[in-house]
Design a protein around this ligand. Structure first.
Ligand SMILES: NC(=O)c1ccc[n+]([C@@H]2O[C@H](COP(=O)([O-])OP(=O)(O)OC[C@H]3O[C@@H](n4cnc5c(N)ncnc54)[C@H](OP(=O)(O)O)[C@@H]3O)[C@@H](O)[C@H]2O)c1
Length: 359
């Protein structure tokens, strides 16, 4: 019988996802590298099947999966640790969901589209707050404006707390190249090259451009789109700071030995597996995804805002919904899919609402 395997279950987002899966009535196999932490987690959750696997031993990750299984992985930073889980899902013929927000890793998953089709599996990368609500908001805005050629998506958080894993992943991306959709093609583009303001729940908020999954997913689902941008909401001074920082990081990244030194130093300072915001802090957090579509003169054709709660609560709930829906046969295709392609606009709208985000 196909099963759900949750890899990284002992991490901050992994534990929230295990709780969300169990709350949905699923019986996931909890997998992680540390047997003691895993047994404690399973006992805390009232009992669950467990399996030990470590990305430094790819065979142990492959051994978690059989054909038709659904793998959910929260083992990150993904640029450092994500490869073995993706390879294991493709080799086993298992559907794949991950929680990454790292643009270059997301792109590497979309690059495995052909392999996934041949294996008869679906690859769902960035299936969390980054970047499910923005894909949905853009899909809804594109349904309202059939002749749009450009889409902008912005993500905004009020009262954010971040996990150690998120900070480690952000640090790991500092020297990586970004990308964007220009002229209908994915092209390299520096993170922070664009800054713009969005109206978010009646207030102007600044966003700075980042590589998301929307560029890749929307351009496949809506081939008429020529241009797409994803923006991360930041106070305007911080947005300018990120823009300047990314220019500097770009210069460092061009000198490979200096890049390796800087990455090594950052890796030692910014560590994962250090927990994240507690339930009270999460309960105070609010977030939004805004999508705007434009015609070729730059006129706004449609605008959709989805509002929700904490990004970690959303990520764990949507991963649980996606995995269970996939196990129940609710995937609409194979290959590297965006959230809209994978489930369709209506089912995804219902799933996202169930996970705490709605119009
Ligand atoms: N897209 C989004 O909106 C979103 C939301 C939440 C999180 N994320 C991303 O998801 C990832 C996890 O976040 P988090 O907050 O859960 O971070 P975390 O607490 O640091 O979790 C990282 C997990 O990776 C595991 N791990 C590290 N090295 C491993 C290895 N060699 N083999 C097997 N497992 C290994 C850790 O195991 P131990 O438990 O044994 O240390 C831990 O379970 C990060 O990349 C973060 O950016 C994205």
């Amino acid at each position: 019988m196909p099963k759900i395997v949750l890899f990284g279950a002992t991490g901050y987002t992994g534990r929230l996802t295990a709780e969300a899966l169990i709350a949905r009535g699923a019986a996931p196999v909890l997998a992680a590298r540390n047997a003691t932490a895993l047994e404690k987690l399973a006992a805390d959750l009232g009992g669950a099947q467990t399996a030990v696997a470590d990305v430094t031993d790819p065979g142990s990750v492959r051994a978690l999966l059989g054909r038709g299984d659904v793998l959910v992985t929260t083992v990150g930073p993904f640029l450092r640790y994500g490869g073995p889980a993706l390879a294991a899902a493709l080799a086993a013929g298992a559907h794949y969901f991950d929680s990454t927000g790292e643009g270059p890793f997301i792109r590497s998953v979309f690059d495995r589209d052909d392999e996934a089709r041949k294996a008869g599996v679906s690859l769902l990368t960035a299936f969390g707050f980054d970047y499910v609500p923005g894909n949905l908001a853009a899909g809804l805005a594109l349904r309202e404006a059939a002749d749009a050629v450009r889409a902008d998506v912005g993500y905004f958080i009020a009262g954010p707390g971040t996990s150690g894993g998120t900070r480690a992943s952000m640090a790991g991306m500092l020297f990586e190249r970004g990308f964007a959709l220009r002229g209908g093609r994915i092209v390299p583009e520096r993170t922070g090259s664009r800054i713009r303001s969005f109206d978010v729940a009646g207030r102007p908020r600044t966003g700075v451009s980042i590589p998301g999954s929307e560029h890749l997913a929307l351009s496949r689902a809506y081939p008429r789109l020529r241009e797409a941008d994803v923006f991360l909401g930041l106070p305007s001074l911080a947005a300018r700071g990120l823009q300047a920082g990314s220019l500097l990081a770009g210069a460092v990244a061009r000198v490979e030995p200096v890049k390796r030194l800087a990455e090594g130093a950052l890796e030692r300072v910014v560590q994962g597996s250090t927990g994240g915001p507690g339930p009270e802090a999460r309960a105070r957090t609010r977030s939004w995804a805004v999508a705007e579509t434009f015609d070729d003169t730059g006129r706004v054709l449609a605008s959709v805002t989805l509002a929700g709660s904490d990004p970690y609560d959303f990520t764990s709930a949507i991963l649980a919904w996606g995995a269970q829906t996939a196990l129940d046969g609710g995937l609409l295709g194979t290959g590297a899919l965006g959230p809209v392609d994978a489930f369709g606009l209506d089912a995804l709208t219902a799933g996202v609402a169930d996970a705490g985000f709605s119009r």
